[in-house]
Design a protein around this ligand. Structure first.
Ligand SMILES: Cc1cc2nc3c(=O)[nH]c(=O)nc-3n(C[C@H](O)[C@H](O)[C@H](O)COP(=O)(O)OP(=O)(O)OC[C@H]3O[C@@H](n4cnc5c(N)ncnc54)[C@H](O)[C@@H]3O)c2cc1C
Length: 415
């Protein structure tokens, strides 16, 4: 084992949170330790390699995109906002482009440009990055911490844990930060896959992969009671449901829940009213064309009619009351029973993590261990799709870096 090396700050993890903290650190000499051979593996695949790093929405709207834990980020997003993120990168030669949904990307649509800007800014800030340096232990040591990797021991006065969550473990996020946090006495809210497709019991729509319902209304039913509602584009996989509508809603979904989805454009009352009116006025209309006129794609309408064993050309006037009632339900609130969510292997984020009750939301410092900080997805924060997760990583890292700097200025770095 080599002799100990001292740094004022050690950052574990070179994802967006760790790199950003290193990039904005004003006191040179911090060190980032990264397990993988390259920094930012997950950042490189974010936004399908284009890196949707933030969202154009008003700052006040941001917090609504983090479920029930959004208020924790009030100070972070208020201090380092989406506009600040865009400015940070454009100041470094990476202009932004905004798509029609408000998602912000580098204009080159290359995640590599964001990564290069971050590693370049770390270099300029005097923050070192060591890759292939998996931290195996993090302990309290005198006034600071002792960090062990395979071949080295480091000491530091301040420690920032930015190890991410548990999703896409191949990128290096394997939940190590939870182990260190627990050892320091922190509570970990149970990590769960978030931003993921769901697998449906007895799914019959597997042949409709690629079909998407625009802004579908989705009701979440638990124990027979509607507990939430959400709207968003919804699509079908081989064995379940996907699309931004489902993925953003997935943080609330549990096994055995029922998802009732409006497959067409009308709610049950207007669908049935329109059905009866058309049947009375124009009874020869085929059931298939009626379903098409009520906002269902041809393939979806055909699928529902096959499920009900109704001939596509059957005139509306000949549809029985029982068939009509069944179609009303299937078109307006098709019931999908959730078998389970897809796991961490494909989840884009992790819900749960270091309990927010034990972290100062103005500084990201632990309320239990002075000098210990957290940033990014290791915290019990998960955002919607659209750039909210990377922005949360940047904003929380900004607060941590600012707080560490003022501690160094006031108390020194224990070298
Ligand atoms: C496919 C996919 C697409 C996504 N697209 C977007 C998007 O477009 N926009 C968006 O906002 N969000 C997106 N996300 C989510 C976003 O990428 C994450 O929320 C974000 O990367 C979290 O940043 P982080 O720095 O907290 O953690 P991570 O990016 O997970 O980084 C943590 C780092 O810590 C390292 N590490 C872990 N343990 C150790 C250890 N023991 N020692 C040393 N290093 C360690 C890991 O190797 C990793 O590099 C996407 C996620 C996925 C999986």
């Amino acid at each position: 084992m080599n002799p100990e090396q001292h740094h004022h700050t050690i950052i574990i993890g070179a994802g967006p949170a760790g790199l950003f903290a290193g990039a904005v650190m004003k006191v040179p000499g911090a060190l980032i330790l990264e397990k993988k051979e390259q920094p930012g593996r997950k950042l490189m695949i974010s936004g399908t390699g284009q890196c949707n790093y933030t969202h154009a929405g008003p700052a006040g709207d941001f917090l609504k995109h983090y479920g029930e834990n959004g208020t924790f980020l009030k100070k972070a997003i208020g201090t380092f906002s989406n506009r600040d993120a865009v400015r940070f990168f454009s100041d470094r030669g990476i202009p932004a482009v905004t798509d029609k949904n408000g998602k912000i990307f580098p204009a080159s649509l290359k995640a590599g440009d964001i990564l290069k800007a971050l590693t370049g800014a770390c270099r300029n800030a005097g923050t070192g990055i060591i890759t292939s340096a998996a931290v195996t232990a993090a302990d309290k040591y005198h006034e600071g911490f002792r960090i062990t990797t395979g071949g080295r021991v480091y000491t530091c006065r301040y420690l920032l844990i930015a190890t991410g969550g548990l999703s896409y473990p191949a990128t290096g996020s394997t939940g190590d930060g939870y182990v260190y946090a627990r050892n320091f006495g922190h509570t970990i809210a149970e990590p769960r896959p978030a931003l993921c497709p769901v697998v449906i019991s007895g799914f019959t729509f597997g042949g409709l992969q690629g079909v998407s319902i625009k802004n579908a209304k989705i009701s979440l039913i638990r124990n027979g009671k509607k507990i939430r509602e959400h709207c968003g584009d919804t699509g079908f996989t081989r064995n379940g449901l996907t699309g931004p509508g489902i993925i953003d809603f997935s943080r609330f979904i549990e096994a055995d829940d029922m998802l009732e989805i409006q497959l067409g454009s009308q709610d049950a009352a207007s669908f049935e009213q329109e059905f009866l009116k058309t049947s009375a006025e124009c009874g020869k209309t085929s059931i298939l064309s009626f379903l098409r006129s009520s906002g269902l794609t041809r393939s979806l309408a055909a699928h529902l009619l096959e499920e009900e064993k109704i001939n596509f050309e059957k005139p509306l006037a000949e549809i029985s009351k029982a068939q009509r009632k069944a179609l009303v339900q299937k078109c307006c609130a098709y019931p999908f029973r959730v078998l389970h969510k897809e796991g961490f292997k494909t989840a884009m984020a992790t819900a749960g993590g270091v309990s927010l009750k034990e972290v100062n939301s103005s500084t990201m410092e632990s309320l239990l261990v002075p000098g210990l900080f957290f940033a990014g997805e290791v915290l019990d924060i998960d955002g919607d799709t659209g750039g909210y997760n990377i922005q949360a990583a940047f904003s929380s890292a900004w607060l941590a870096a600012e707080a560490i700097q003022s501690l160094i200025q006031n108390k020194g770095h224990g070298g």
